[in-house]
Design a protein around this ligand. Structure first.
Ligand SMILES: [Zn+2]
Length: 369
């Protein structure tokens, strides 16, 4: 054994054995970060609030910390990959050689791992949604239209939240001191997302390229599952009797599985490019399904809805810029879609379709300008 054994695995009779209750916690952490976009702090707090035991007892340390979450959510061992490491002077460990796929029993899919990394990348620099009730679903996306500064949230006496330019708030050179009601901007952004299906450049789901890619993906998934089974048998054999030929075969198989996984990922990216609608469709679905719950009375339901919605909205929207007239200028999907919001009402929606600008008419049709 030349890796540090992940805390959710035991080593019994010369092989790795999954500890189901620990694996369930690992899976939950990946899923909640991938699906809800929780930051490390919120994730740790959620587990502590429920009294979920940590994976390892550490003397003098109680409960979950940022670092215990990050050490799990960045560990490829969760989907079975070993990164061989050695100690270097100073006590640190550095990677040596190629990662070995399929070395550990996987407790999550590589897919889920990648989704969690993507959600974390979205949060980077924002610290993630910090509080449990997710006051700012558009965290990291709202800016001052005049100085480009990030905004901060102010809560007034009626306990409603507004965005204000951080520079203006600190009297640091910007004079755009307008307060912009968060709920109006949220409403306008969600109304906007619901109109994204008007963007016509995306082929429907039965586009031949999309169909072919879906078939390829299904086949790859089966191939990977079968490969992993064979791999597990080989690793079992290796644990009993680590003969060099078996070790070599395991490495070979690992590389094959890795190549299939890589192709699978590439095919998934291609698919999302071929049918950009899949992403837009998911964003629209998220708004339709969660909009009501995002404002409901029940704390937990509201929190869960707002977290998921936050992820969908931040994927849909590039930026929301607030100006001094309390008009919000929204840009979405790499500039292909733009619209404005005044007091919660959406207006001036435009679609940039292959270089041509189309605008949304009152009757819901779009017209080329
Ligand atoms: Zn400003």
């Amino acid at each position: 054994m030349f890796g540090q054994r992940p805390a959710w695995l035991d080593w019994v009779d010369g092989k790795f054995v999954v500890v189901p209750e620990k694996a369930a916690i690992v899976k939950r952490i990946f899923e909640e970060i991938a699906d809800h976009g929780y930051g490390l702090e919120v994730m740790a707090r959620r587990l502590n609030r429920e009294g979920v035991p940590t994976l390892k007892d550490r003397p003098g340390r109680v409960g979950w910390h940022n670092w215990s979450i990050v050490s799990i959510v960045t560990n490829p061992a969760a989907y079975g990959e070993l990164t061989p490491k050695r100690r270097v002077p100073g006590g640190k460990r550095e990677a040596v050689g190629e990662p070995i796929a399929g070395y550990y029993p996987a407790v999550i899919s590589r897919d889920l791992f990648e989704r969690a990394q993507a959600a974390r990348a979205l949060n980077r620099g924002t610290g993630g949604p910090k509080t449990n009730c997710v006051p700012n679903m558009l965290v990291g996306r709202v800016f001052c239209a005049e100085c480009g500064s990030k905004v901060r949230i102010r809560t007034n006496k009626q306990r409603s939240n507004s965005y204000i330019c951080d520079n203006a708030f600190r009297r640091a050179g910007c004079t755009n001191g307008s307060f912009n009601a968060v709920h109006w901007i949220e409403k306008g952004v969600m109304d906007g997302v619901l109109m994204f299906n008007l963007y016509p450049s995306t082929p429907p789901d039965d586009h031949p390229a999309a169909v072919a890619l879906r078939e390829e993906l299904a086949e790859l998934s089966q191939q990977i599952a079968r490969g992993r089974q064979r791999m597990t048998r080989l690793i079992d054999a290796m644990a009993d009797d680590p003969i060099p030929e078996v070790v070599a075969r395991v490495r070979e198989m690992g590389k094959e599985i890795e190549a299939w996984e890589a192709r699978k990922l590439a095919a998934e990216t291609e698919l999302s490019q071929v049918s950009g609608r899949a992403t837009i469709g998911e964003q629209i679905e998220a708004v339709q399904a969660l909009r009501e719950a995002a404002y409901c009375e029940d704390y937990d339901e509201r929190e869960a809805a707002r977290s998921k919605l936050s992820l969908a909205l931040r994927q849909a929207v590039d930026s929301v810029k607030i100006d001094r007239h309390k008009v919000s200028h929204v840009v979405a999907h790499e500039g292909k879609i733009s619209f404005q919001i005044t007091k919660g009402v959406l207006h001036d929606m435009q679609f940039n379709i292959h270089g041509d600008v189309w605008r949304l008419l009152d009757d819901g049709r779009i017209e080329r300008i």
